[in-house]
Write a protein that binds this ligand. Structure first.
Ligand code: PLP
Length: 385
């Protein structure tokens, strides 16, 4: 049987035609598609500025750098995310203070964030994990009360919203990432969205070697090469033109999974619906029950791979990554909810073109391979009792 990949970009004739346009022109960087891409992103996110960069990590780094934070400042953040979220803080010698997560949304627990506040706390970096909006109204109030910088790592949440305010328009600025597994892709790429004109100007300068303006060879700050090429911007424009369709198809795939996996509810939790606003489906992540043996999730991932089905442990908790353990001395038990969730979650194949037959095959395979993993030796127990 054909393998089912974990993710797959959705590229149409439109993407090919926009990218060929660029290749037939002489502008391979800073051309009209970049401008258009930034305008489309700002429109989509309801912000006055969008600055395209080379990755989601670069977007986060530019935001963190532009917020006038000082080395050693504490930033409250979530351990249940992709490692880039808190790496961006380390790039600037800031101190990530990991706050445990809400067991249903998997997003930062706002009450625990409040309890972690100290005199050194200068900001919050929250993540809309798997496309579920964090509690931005509460985070905004908390940040305003304590004069904290507020960053939205929205790399997984393009298209999500709370009320009539899109994700991208919350906090001081938001980062998006366009790796090929995301809701839309530019191959590699990212974007910053913000309503803060000063922050936008600093990010524009930072992505282009700290230049005063794009046209000048005057470098007024230490910058980077975080530029997005014109080919990538063209690909991004086509994906944005098709975004509503791509998001609809992801959401239909999620519905089909939830139906197909319903009979397995005694073995695994399906994703819960977003308590606040509208989620944007990035990945379809299921969680084994707390009673599952400690190695069950990894064994299930292996069994799915053996059946030709893509699956991945998603996410390992950042504070237990070897680099973070070595540098900060984090140990198991410090963030129990994130650790419990991280040990039991896995992502299943998920992309706009996934078929109902593929979803059925994933569900049928799980229903076959999971029971013996969860209950390895029922016959032994029967004979010993
Ligand atoms: C939550 C989160 N933050 C940051 C990133 C980093 O994005 P990129 O891989 O484009 O640097 C990702 C991408 O995987 C992500 O999921």
């Amino acid at each position: 049987m054909d393998p089912i990949p974990l993710s797959q970009p959705d590229i149409s004739e439109m993407e090919r035609s926009y990218v060929s346009d660029v290749l037939e022109s002489t502008r391979l960087s800073f051309g009209p598609y970049l401008k258009r891409f930034e305008r489309q992103m700002a429109d989509r996110c309801g912000t006055s500025h969008a600055i395209a960069v080379s990755s989601g990590t670069a977007a986060l780094h530019c935001i963190v750098r532009s917020l006038h934070l000082q080395p050693g400042d504490e930033i409250l953040t979530t351990p249940y995310s992709f490692v880039a979220s808190s790496n961006a803080l380390l790039f600037e010698d800031l101190e990530p203070v990991f706050v445990d997560i809400d067991p249903d949304t998997y997003n930062i627990d706002i009450e625990k964030a409040k309890a972690a506040l100290t005199a050194r706390t200068k900001g919050i970096l929250a993540v809309d994990v798997f496309g579920v909006p964090a509690d931005w109204p509460a985070l905004t109030e908390f940040a305003e009360t304590h004069d904290l910088a507020l960053i939205d790592d929205a790399c997984e949440a393009l298209g999500a919203s709370i009320g009539d305010r899109p994700i991208g328009a919350w906090g001081d600025a938001a980062s998006f990432g366009f790796y090929p597994n995301k809701q839309m892709t530019t191959g590699e790429g990212g974007c910053i969205t913000t309503n803060d004109a000063d922050l936008a100007a600093i990010c524009q300068s930072l992505r282009n070697q700290g230049r005063a303006t794009t046209a000048e060879m005057r470098h007024v700050r230490l910058g980077f090469n975080y530029r997005l090429s014109e080919m990538q911007a063209a690909l991004g424009c086509a994906q944005l033109d098709r975004l509503d369709d791509l998001l609809d198809r992801r959401s239909q795939a999620a519905e089909a999974y939830s139906e197909a996996l319903a009979p397995l509810h005694h073995m695994l939790h399906r994703p819960t619906s977003a308590p606040l606003g509208q989620r944007s489906w990035f990945v379809y992540v299921v969680r084994l029950h707390d009673s599952a043996p400690p190695d069950a999730r990894d064994r299930l991932v292996d069994a799915l791979h053996n059946a030709g089905i893509g699956a991945a442990p998603y996410f390992p908790s950042i504070h237990l990554q070897p680099y973070y353990r070595d540098r900060f001395g984090f140990t198991s038990g410090s963030l129990p909810i994130a650790e419990r969730v991280a040990a039991r979650t896995l992502a299943l194949p998920f992309f706009p073109a996934i078929t109902s037959a593929q979803i059925e095959r994933v569900a049928e395979t799980i229903s076959r391979v999971l029971p013996p993993i969860l209950d390895p030796a029922p016959s032994q127990r029967a004979t010993s009792s």
